[in-house]
Design a protein around this ligand. Structure first.
Ligand code: NDP
Ligand code: HSE
Length: 442
């Protein structure tokens, strides 16, 4: 921390200036840097100190960027940024596990404050980073890591600090929501829409993280840990992606009064935590059904507050940049006022996780069957054998001697539905069975 000294007088010292070191200057880095540069004065006034980007690590210093910074501050060595004595706050927006983890651990050990938007890192290595930060009395802020521009971390950590949260359900991935929206609205194909999401800067460096549901699972692990007070191992979250979703699934869902969304859900059930990420049919009347494009939403249910809904852009440089800047300002305030590490991680280890096979839900299943008398009864008897009760069945158009059937069940355990489907797909009258889709309650 330096003071912008005016005439060297101790009495007339001007506000301090804190040095920011950026690891990465891509979509999110540029989003944050643009806000820092364009709102410089108002930010300085609000936090009673100046902020200056003193060094930036990137892979290619010669690349053209969406923000104009002096060429001399770029380096290809992230550790040079972390170890730079002029850097007070390290802002990690490069993604991936390494070197991000070692860089942030080093920064914390040096007593520097850390801001990151890296959900993979937090979900996989957050415990070690937060333990080190608590021991060192350093701050780690990560608002940008979940739901882009939505301030859900601060809301859970601070505004809902005294609340007993029962359930969180949300749309936590902008890329998949963008793809599913385009499929439903414009009947655009999966691959084409994914390319568009990548061009807009919504997708992860490896977009399979988005479409396979890993990104949403990382985010669910982060917010569930805060909401329920337990460290969540991300591999304990049941996860299905959207790569199996076809235009026909989206079209049928629309016709039946549903939108297909990639849902992330965490809830308490008899002392256990139920954690899942999967595509689901969401009734059109549900508040999540109308969340479209790169928007995210998080519905929180608490004992006293009832239902709260957070809505906003979940991906993109500007909205996420806003969250990163707010974190930088929090970190700076804590340095200026000597109040670092006020809010530390208090999560306990080893939560009891409810086995996914026991979770009950309604399910929707689409299958191609022989268009012959008695076929529906044969399939219905398999469902009945597994105690799966059918709520509705719709026969779609026939192609030759094949008919397409869509079944929606009453609530049934996931295991029973899977067993019934496996048996049905072995029937000689059934030519193709699509994976079961979860159906969200109203
Ligand atoms: P980008 O790929 O756009 O930017 C990554 C930046 O990091 C680039 O500037 C790149 O350099 C630099 N970089 C990567 N690896 C290294 C390395 N080993 N050494 C030095 N520099 C490196 O990613 P995003 O901005 O999209 O994402 C950054 C992080 O924010 C990720 O953790 C992501 O999950 C998260 N996030 C992204 C959101 C989004 O909407 N995009 C929203 C919320 C969070 P160069 O430019 O030279 O290649
Ligand atoms: N790839 C992520 C998404 C970026 O699409 O939601 C925001 O975390």
């Amino acid at each position: 921390m330096r003071h912008n000294s005016v005439g060297g007088s101790k009495v007339s010292q001007s506000p301090p200036v804190l040095g920011l070191g950026f690891l990465g200057m891509g979509t999110v880095g540029c989003g944050a840097a643009r806000i820092l540069l364009s709102h410089h004065d108002v930010i300085a006034h609000r936090i009673r100190c100046g902020l200056k980007i003193v060094q930036v690590a990137v892979r290619n210093p010669n690349k053209e960027r969406a923000v104009s910074l002096p060429k001399a501050i770029y380096t290809t060595d992230p550790f040079a940024v972390v170890n730079n004595p002029a850097v007070d706050i390290v802002v990690e927006v490069m993604g991936g596990l390494e070197p991000a983890y070692q860089c942030l651990m080093t920064a914390i050990q040096l007593g520097k404050s850390v801001v990151t938007a890296n959900k993979e890192l937090l979900a996989k290595k957050g415990s070690a980073l937060l333990d080190a930060a608590r021991e060192r009395g350093a701050d780690v802020f990560f608002e940008g890591s979940v739901a882009g521009g939505i301030p859900i971390i601060t809301a859970l950590k601070q505004s809902l600090a005294g609340e007993k949260i029962h359930r969180i359900v949300g749309i936590l991935n902008g890329t998949t929501n963008f793809i599913l929206t385009r499929m439903a609205r414009d009947h655009q194909g999966f691959a084409e829409t994914l390319r568009e999401a990548q061009e807009k800067g919504f997708a992860e460096a490896d977009p399979s993280d988005d479409v396979e549901g890993r990104d949403a699972a990382y985010k669910l692990a982060i917010i569930s840990a805060i909401a329920f007070g337990f460290r969540i191992a991300v591999d304990r979250i049941h996860r299905e992606g959207i790569t199996n979703i076809e235009l026909a699934d989206v079209r049928y869902a629309e016709e039946l009064g549903y939108s297909i969304k990639l849902i992330a859900s965490a809830r308490k059930h008899n002392g256990q935590l139920e954690l899942r990420v999967h595509p689901a049919l969401v009734p059109k009347t549900h508040p999540l059904a109308s969340v479209s494009d790169n928007y995210n939403a998080v519905l929180v249910e608490g004992e006293n507050v009832g239902r709260l809904m957070f809505y906003g852009q979940g991906a993109g440089g500007a909205p996420t940049g806003n969250s990163v800047v707010a974190d930088i300002m929090d970190a700076a305030r804590n340095i200026v006022y000597g109040s670092r590490a006020r809010i530390v991680c208090t999560c306990r280890p080893n939560p009891k996780i409810r086995p996914i096979d026991e979770v009950e839900s309604r399910f929707c299943m689409r299958m191609d069957v022989l268009d012959r008398p008695g076929v529906l009864a044969k399939i219905a008897s398999v469902f009945a054998h597994h105690n799966v009760s059918i709520s509705s069945v719709v026969q779609r158009e026939s192609h030759g001697d094949t008919a397409e059937i869509v079944w929606i069940t009453h609530p049934a355990p996931y295991a029973s539905v899977k067993k019934a489907l496996a048996e049905i797909s072995d029937l000689d009258v059934v030519s193709r069975v699509r994976p079961a889709l979860w159906v969200e309650p109203d």
